[in-house]
Structure formats: structure tokens, C-alpha cells
Design a binder for this molecule. Structure first.
Ligand code: HAX
Length: 439
């Protein structure tokens, strides 16, 4: 087999850490790091530390840091395609996997590896072609990932017999192959559903994000630039979010990368998580239509926000389970809009909504975070370049999220993390605990 420089480097970084971690747990395993309340258990384990994720860490006030680097730092420091100002997603993947900012050459190596590994077997397209065209694109995406599972190197190696120490090796192959294949699968779904099944062949000379834009049918340089930013900033958000946690949980049973990632995508497809990006655009269009298709004023947006809340619905794109400030991923997209599309009417509505919504949500006591998250802005940028089919937006998010959750899955296997199995109790048990505390 040909040598793979990235695989060798990963082994050099990760395998000594696995041994070191064993000693660390042996020496410090009894150290208490926190306690938690009945309310936390009932509120989706918020704020409880229950897992370890190496790739990124989320600070409630500051937002995400990937291996210690904030989004503005990454936009500056990560390698870029010639002539571009936005980072290559290849770079953030390398950073999450190895822990260092790659050189241009190292990012190009990842790009070339993905181009080489991107072949999608015909049965995946045949399966997609048999689905009703109105099957939601996220359902098609998840099913295509499942259909790809025939290609799992990990599943086949495990069946033949695999030592625990070697799990990481075939997992590396699965992770790299799956990431390489996703743009082709996602673009196929897009062209099948929205462009009369007229497909566009990949261009192996392009980087991963630019090739994705090309296969979707968008060759405008600025759309490629947006795709590089989009696929970088959506890549990871530490380990506890639904898509990352589902991928990690399913992987902990030694399910391969295809099975684990499909589970993560089924979580991303929920409207409180990744599907919020389509819900935001649906909400913005409904808002505009409510006022006869004209650009709504601040007062009208205020009225429409109040109506949404009175109808018992959430304002999509606002709030977060961990963040307590404006999401830096929202800010990065707002900066992009102000640079490349300063007069875009939908982006201007998004920015006025940003003026109006936080003061309203701040006045509702139960809401912990009134600020926008990543999904509040992404759709408006895509619409600017002509991608109006909002049901597809979460698939773009999914392609990006693969970078983080699959890098983490590989780390999980390299570090020898065990099967995940938290305890669960009944409400009767909880009541008994509360009674004991009161006695
Ligand atoms: N609009 C109206 N009400 C909101 C709200 C919003 N944007 N955000 C929170 N609330 C409500 C909750 O529904 C909850 O009400 P109930 O107690 O009546 O159920 C209450 O405020 C407390 O919620 P919270 O503690 O502030 O927030 P949670 O951690 O429970 O939920 C969510 C976080 C992101 C799910 C939530 O803020 C929400 O539903 N936002 C809108 C959907 C959205 O944008 N999701 C994307 C989040 C980012 C992401 O994962 N992207 O992929």
C-alpha cells in the first residue's frame, strides 16, 4: 500500500497520546470535576461535562475555538486557494486532526487525497434515483451515506479480525473516503431534485469546496469563496451538539464511519438543530409575504416576531443551548455579506432582524440566549448567488459537519474510548432523591 503522509502524521500525534491518556486516567481518575442538579438532568444534560472532544471547544461568551483558534484567527491563518481571502476547509480538517495549522502544501495534500478518494459507487446513485423526488434532501443524504456503507474499510477489517490497537487505521480510511465522497453525493441529490437530473462531473483540479460548488452548478468565483467559508465555519461545535454527539455515541458501539455519520445527519435534520437554516429562510419569506412582498420595516418585523412567539413558535436562527452572545459564525457571514453583497435585500432584512429580535427575546425571562446563531444568516448568502432551494441547505451544513465529527470519530478510535452508556433513572427515583434531601 502507498504511504499516506497525513495518516503517518496522525499516528505520530495520536498513538502516543492514547498511552499517555491511560496513565492520566489511572493517576487522576478519582478527581471530582463537578456536580449537577435534578434540573440539569431534565433539561437535556445542559452544562454537564459527560464527554471529551479534542477537535474544538465552545465558550458561551466567546464562541467556538478549533484547537485553540477562534473563527477570525482561522480566517486569517488557514491556507487559502490562490486569489481567495477565505480559508480552505482542508485546512480546518487538518487542524482538527493533527492539532496544528497546516502549511499550504499540507492543505493541498488533503485536497489531493480527497480528489483521489472521491469515487462514488453506482448503486448509491441508483438507490437515490428510486426515491420519490419529494423525499427531503436530508433524508436522501442520510440514505446515500447508508448506501455507501458497502465501502466501509473498518467494517470489513473488523469482520476479518482486528486488534483493538488497530481500530484507528481502517477508521482513518473510512473517514477520508467518506469526506471525499460527500460533495459528489450531495450535488447529485441537488441536481436530481432541482435541476431535472442534469448532473455535472467533478473537476479534480479544484479544491474540495470549489469542486462542490462546481458540481452543484455554481461556477461564480464568489460562490466558491462563500462555499469555502461556509464549509469551514460549520465544521465543528465541540462534542455535545446533537450531530456530533450522535456520531460519537453510535461510533462508540464500533459502528463504522458511515453508520455513525448517518446517525449524526439524522440529528442535524431536526429543526432545533441544522434544519434551522432552512426554517430561517422560510420564516423570512413568510415575513416578507405577510407584508405583501415588500421589504418589511423595523416596526413590521417587530410585529411579526411578536406574532410568531404568540403563535407558540420559536424564532428560527436565534437562541442556543450553550452560547450566550452573538455567534461568531453569524458575524463572519455578516462580514462576508457586507463585503460582497452590500446592497442585497434579503441580507439587509437579516441585519434588521438582528437589530429587532434580541431586545424582544431578552425580555422573555425563560429564554437564555436572545442572540443569533450560525443559521440566522447562511440562507440569505446562498440566495444571493441563486441557490434558492432552501430545503437543501441542511445538506450543505451536513457536508461541512462531516469534517469535525469524523475527525473526532477517528480520535475516539485512536484513543481507545469505550462504549458510551450513561445511567438513566425514573422520575420515581428522582422524587425519592429529593425526599431524602428534604428529610
Ligand atoms: N424563539 C422563541 N423561544 C425560544 C427561542 C427562540 N429563538 N429560543 C429558546 N426559546 C424558548 C424555548 O423554546 C424554551 O421554551 P419552553 O420552556 O416553553 O420549552 C425556553 O425558551 C428556554 O430555552 P433555552 O434554555 O433558552 O434554550 P434551549 O437550550 O432549550 O434550546 C435552541 C436551544 C437552539 C433549541 C432554542 O434556542 C431554539 O429553539 N432556537 C430556535 C431554533 C434554532 O435556531 N436552532 C439552531 C440552533 C443552533 C444549531 O444547532 N444550529 O445547527
Amino acid at each position: 500500500m502507498k504511504t499516506d503522509k497525513l495518516k503517518e502524521k496522525f499516528a505520530k500525534v495520536a498513538l502516543p497520546m492514547a498511552a499517555e491518556l491511560k496513565d492520566f486516567i489511572k493517576e487522576n481518575g478519582n478527581h471530582v470535576i463537578g456536580s449537577y442538579t435534578i434540573e440539569q438532568v431534565y433539561s437535556g444534560m445542559k452544562g454537564m461535562i459527560g464527554m471529551v472532544t479534542e477537535t474544538s471547544k465552545l465558550d458561551p461568551e466567546e464562541g467556538i475555538r478549533f484547537r485553540g483558534y477562534s473563527i477570525p484567527e482561522l480566517r486569517e491563518k488557514l491556507p487559502k486557494a490562490p486569489g481567495d481571502t477565505e480559508p480552505l476547509p482542508e485546512g480546518i480538517f487538518y487542524l482538527m486532526l493533527i492539532g496544528e495549522i497546516p502549511t499550504d502544501e499540507e492543505a493541498t495534500y488533503v485536497s489531493n487525497q480527497w480528489a483521489r478518494r472521491s469515487n462514488v459507487p453506482k448503486h448509491v446513485f441508483d438507490m437515490l434515483d428510486k426515491l420519490p423526488a419529494n423525499t427531503h434532501p436530508m433524508t436522501q443524504f442520510s440514505m446515500a451515506v447508508m448506501a455507501l456503507q458497502t465501502e466501509s474499510v473498518f467494517a470489513s477489517a473488523y469482520r476479518k479480525g482486528l486488534s483493538k490497537k488497530e481500530y484507528w487505521d481502517p477508521m482513518y480510511e473510512d473517514v477520508m473516503n467518506l469526506i471525499a465522497r460527500l460533495p459528489r453525493v450531495a450535488a447529485y441529490i441537488y441536481r436530481r431534485v432541482y435541476k431535472n437530473g442534469v448532473h455535472i462531473e467533478p473537476d479534480p483540479k479544484l479544491d474540495w469546496a470549489a469542486n462542490f460548488a462546481h458540481m452543484l452548478g455554481y461556477d461564480d468565483y464568489n460562490m466558491k469563496r462563500l462555499m469555502r467559508l461556509y464549509l469551514t465555519i460549520h465544521a465543528d461545535h465541540e462534542g455535545g451538539n446533537v450531530s456530533a454527539h450522535s456520531t460519537h455515541l453510535v461510533g462508540s458501539a464500533l459502528s463504522d464511519a458511515y453508520l455513525s455519520f448517518a446517525a449524526g445527519m439524522n440529528g442535524l435534520a431536526g429543526p432545533l438543530h441544522g434544519l434551522a437554516n432552512q426554517e430561517v429562510v422560510r420564516w423570512l419569506i413568510d415575513l416578507r409575504n405577510y407584508y405583501d412582498g415588500a421589504t418589511p420595516s423595523k416596526e413590521q418585523i417587530h410585529e411579526y416576531v411578536m406574532k410568531t412567539i404568540e403563535d407558540g413558535k420559536v424564532i428560527p436562527g436565534y437562541g442556543h443551548a450553550v452560547l450566550r452572545k452573538t455567534d461568531p459564525r453569524f458575524i463572519a457571514q455578516m462580514e462576508f455579506a457586507k463585503t460582497y453583497m452590500p446592497d442585497d435585500s434579503m441580507c439587509q432584512i437579516v441585519h434588521t432582524v438582528y437589530d429587532v429580535v434580541p431586545p424582544i427575546l431578552s425580555g422573555i425571562k425563560k429564554i437564555k440566549n436572545p442572540w443569533p446563531n450560525v443559521d440566522a444568516h447562511s440562507g440569505a448568502l446562498l440566495i444571493h448567488y441563486g441557490m434558492e432551494e432552501y430545503d437543501f441547505y441542511t445538506v450543505l451544513f451536513g457536508v461541512s459537519r462531516a469534517l469535525g465529527v469524523l475527525a473526532s470519530l477517528l480520535w475516539d478510535r485512536a484513543l481507545g474510548h469505550p462504549i458510551e452508556r450513561p445511567g438513566s433513572v425514573t422520575t420515581e427515583w428522582m422524587k425519592a432523591q429529593a425526599m431524602k434531601a428534604h428529610a
